[in-house]
Ligand binder design. Structure first.
Ligand SMILES: Nc1nc2c(ncn2[C@@H]2O[C@H](COP(=O)(O)OP(=O)(O)OP(=O)(O)O)[C@@H](O)[C@H]2O)c(=O)[nH]1
Ligand SMILES: [Mg+2]
Length: 307
């Protein structure tokens, strides 16, 4: 009996350990899949993992659950209590949040369609140059394209003031600690912009290379701004963000020599996660490369799908 119990104990431990590794794969897969609009599949996949772990833990009488649950009990617990905890449906809540956000994102997209607005979601690390890109781009836009801006920051109006000083309509969203913008925030900001007088809407997301990529805003184009001073390894370390990009701008090209930035290494990392996003190497400080990016933006605007 002891031997049989020992075998079950050992096998359970092995499977749980494998499942934990499996959980890592779930996390990686989830970050890609959410970007590809597949939260439902991910949820089902993760639910299977959750159910397997719960069952094994129930057999063993201890509390093995996924490390991602904040309420995870540790050590041993009475089996009825554990069974109650292990059956709590946590992951579907994530699905609901994402679907609710995506629903509002669709409404935002409809609003943009009604008003003939083409929206860009600019995402980057803090200080990579999002505001500088907006300023440099809007300066070079053809006079027939009128710009507007939504600024997203944790706090302050600093960026909005810079944009307003150029005479561009702008709304500041302060997330009060939130690490990304979401679709309801954009919906709340839109009535404060003269959408009838805007053709291109720049949405500067909160400086962060992780969260913003997971939340649809209703925009047409994801613009990821990397910068030389962050180092050439960012596409390898933050694949989710670069996977979500429709176009990548490598800013601060004037600092390439100073930082011994390996452009080929950066480009290879980008190609590994995203083969389709064009890369523009530019400097908002010197103006180098900005015209090429703006030319591409004009072409993309002309070829845009009227959805
Ligand atoms: N050398 C150099 N500095 C730049 C360039 N572009 C922007 N900067 C500087 O980088 C700093 C940050 O630029 P921002 O445009 O404010 O960056 P941001 O991404 O909007 O920053 P947050 O909104 O704080 O996340 C500023 O001091 C800019 O002057 C560039 O091409 N070269
Ligand atoms: Mg900024």
């Amino acid at each position: 009996m002891d031997v049989a119990y020992g075998m079950i104990h050992w096998m359970t431990a092995c499977v749980v350990e494998r499942t934990r590794r499996f959980d890592d794969h779930v996390s990686i897969f989830k970050s890609y899949a959410i970007n590809q609009y597949l939260p439902t599949i991910v949820t089902k996949y993760a639910e299977c993992v959750h159910a397997s772990i719960s069952f094994l833990a129930a057999v063993r009488g201890s509390c093995y659950t996924s490390v991602q649950y904040p309420f995870r009990p540790v050590g041993f617990a009475p089996r009825p209590l554990f069974l109650l905890l292990s059956t709590m449906p946590t992951i579907p809540v994530i699905q609901n949040i994402l679907s609710a956000n995506d629903q509002v994102a669709l409404e935002n997209r409809e609003r943009f369609f009604e008003k003939g607005v083409f929206a860009l979601n600019l995402m980057a690390s803090p200080g990579a140059g999002k505001t500088s890109v907006i300023l440099a781009t809007s300066e070079r836009l053809s006079p027939s394209l009128r710009a507007g801006v939504i600024e997203g920051d944790l706090a302050s109006n600093i960026d909005a003031d810079k944009i307003a000083a150029r005479g561009i309509p702008v709304v500041q969203i302060n997330t009060g600690g939130g690490c990304h913008l979401d679709a309801p925030m954009i919906r709340a900001a839109l009535p404060n912009l003269p959408l009838d007088d805007i053709d291109l809407l720049f949405i500067e997301n909160v400086g962060n290379l992780v969260c913003p990529a997971n939340f649809q805003l209703g925009s047409h184009l994801n613009v990821v701004v990397a910068s030389v001073s962050e180092g050439h390894d960012k596409p390898y370390k933050y694949p989710g963000m670069f996977t979500a990009a429709d176009v990548v701008l490598l800013n601060k090209a004037d600092l390439i020599d100073v930082f011994e930035f390996d452009v080929d290494y950066f480009r290879r990392g980008l190609l590994m996660v995203n083969e389709s996003a064009p890369l523009f190497i530019l400097s908002c400080k010197t103006g180098e490369g900005v015209d090429e990016w703006v030319e591409w933006l004009h072409q993309t605007w002309h070829n845009r799908e009227r959805d």
